[in-house]
Ligand binder design. Sequence first.
Ligand SMILES: NC(=O)c1ccc[n+]([C@@H]2O[C@H](COP(=O)([O-])OP(=O)(O)OC[C@H]3O[C@@H](n4cnc5c(N)ncnc54)[C@H](OP(=O)(O)O)[C@@H]3O)[C@@H](O)[C@H]2O)c1
Length: 311
Amino acid sequence: MAQVGWYGLGSMGLAMASNLQRHLVARKALNLVYSNRTMSRGAPLQALGAIPEPSFETLFSQCGIIFTMVANDSVLQNLLSSAVSSGHSLKDKIFVDCSTVHPETVSKAVAQLKSKDASYVAAPVFGGKPIAVDGKLVFAIGGPKSATDVVKPLIQDVMGRRVIECGEDATKSSLLKIAGNIVTVNMMEAVGEAQVFAEKTGLGTGPMEELIGEAFGAVAGGYSKRLTTGAYAPPLDSRPGFGVSLAIKDAKHAMAMASDHGIQLPGLEIARLNMEAARAYGGECLDSSAMYGTLRQMAALGFGNEKSRKV
Ligand SMILES: NC(=O)c1ccc[n+]([C@@H]2O[C@H](COP(=O)([O-])OP(=O)(O)OC[C@H]3O[C@@H](n4cnc5c(N)ncnc54)[C@H](OP(=O)(O)O)[C@@H]3O)[C@@H](O)[C@H]2O)c1
């Protein structure tokens, strides 16, 4: 198997890369080579036997398969542009991006890499950090079959429980991810509204959480736990599970595409505005579920709850 490389060790990337490294060790394959802007975040991965490489240029030049899991479109574009303009041969390399990016970013990446005889596979993921830790993410994979066939064994039952095939057009994967996040963000808003209602009416968040988990499923129950455990506003020295700016980015991608196609997304727009208000009040160190803080403020409960950071 080709040398596998990984760039991006945020909330999701570190968990995913750790599962991939464990798989490579079990297969007696070459250890993962990893890089990140903040290299110190890779210490747990290095402890599993992966090899740190501070330079992305050195990393991609020595790897045949390069995974990326980064914050947003511009970070991905910068990485790929640096590879394409580096002068190194990219022939037959496979770049696999798992971040959530706009389909136009994917189109550009496909064209850039094709011009260098390399392949781009879009493999965005569904599921938060705990699911990434368990290796149970859902992937939406799209790209040339010759490349996806090589990549899928590194995903299925390694980092993910399910791979949804989106065909050879990689933009379809990113479209599915963005469509899925319309549900995710609306569901966080709905759970937040229900929990504010439960608290303010005296029903209590405990019975509400039990109902949400039982009647609406584990995902909705997980969103409720982010509120009742205070994870929506975590300590300033921690990294949120799914940063509020990332969810705002995802909502904006969906709204831009909706506008291009004459579609209204009024629920998503309300959730986006509530997330923007939360960020303006509490700063960057907030989870995507922090629209709950805004909803609490609207109900005169105060942004923070007894388990959250004192915001
Ligand atoms: N968290 C979730 O629940 C979730 C679920 C599904 C999909 N996603 C998507 O997956 C992607 C990663 O999410 P995440 O939660 O892992 O994000 P994260 O914790 O914020 O990590 C972002 C990663 O991008 C790197 N990065 C940020 N800005 C950079 C820059 N200017 N130059 C170079 N590297 C930079 C970070 O490096 P440092 O470590 O140095 O900061 C880190 O490796 C995002 O596109 C997100 O929308 C997230």
